[in-house]
Design a protein. Sequence first.
Length: 367
Amino acid sequence: MFIKNMKKILLVNFSISNGGDYLIEERMKKLFEYYFKYDTIYTINGYKTKEIDFNNYDVVILGGGPYFDDRIVKELFIPLFDFDKIKIPVHLFGCGIYGNNCSKHAIFNKRFNSITLDFFNNIVKTGGTLGCRDVITYTVMKNNGLNNVYLTGCPAWFDIDNIDRDFSFVRNKSSVKRIAISDPGLTKNQDEQRTRALQTISVIKKINTIFPDSAILFSFNNGIETKYSSECNNIIFNYLKENNIEVVELVNSAKLFSKYNNVDLHIGFRVHSHIYSLSKRIPSILIEEDIRGFGMNETFGLPHLLSFDENMMNKNTYSPNETLCLEIESLINYFDYTNYFSFQNVFSYLDYFFYNVLNKWFSVLIR
């Protein structure tokens, strides 16, 4: 833990309603309170604050989210930051890229526009850093010629109370008594609503077949009634009601993630349900909807499991992976056969990052 002269640290979040955003916000605040015990931590919501005098603080941190993106930078960050006036370091922590194409060609050829690059370079000029949540984001940032790039992981990776916690192996399928399933993410394309809902229902049915004696908890991480995905969510919700499956809506707070604490396994589409489970030392299988989930599994060394047909990943129409349920069953059989040992490596990786990699990045912040 660092002991320095009193500093004023500003944490800027952009939470709206999704529980995953609030999880990032909560975990980031706890991390800074742990590492910077003798400093003063302030938090604000960047959506709700139009004008901020950043120079009233010693350092500014923006955490989590797919913020390494041309649209996000243009619409969200540039109106907020006037680098002609900012005199203190600004850091990005655990941010990622956004997109549907997970191919190596797309990853290694991804380029930001000049406005975005200027913004990132202005961050660096303040003495700030560009902290990446996954190895694919780190690769993209470096390939764009950017400096002060760090692989920090997502703030939500780190549950301080569970660092160094022993992992009690799930020995076999009969040991799995309770399973959490997370919902698909939002889609703005109305033509995809029913397709995504039916795919999710097929996943629920497959899990019921594999674990016939296990109870299921299904989470809607941004609620059921949303701006874009209500049709999809209600199709799923009606199926859940008909089959007496427990439902939780993880909106406007990180607290309801605690519903996951007594499950033995998470399987689902949401990246932060995946991260929360792993941070609690609960095995988790993430169905990857885009580069965010793909990058997370790549970083943790876990098998990839695409929700969509990889031959259609760069198309505008969502085409579901027809072998998804077979792949889920195969993956569970593999984990069962190996006593879920792959997750011991993930948990050791999280501990290593907490004690070593974060220390290096935090040491840069207090120079």
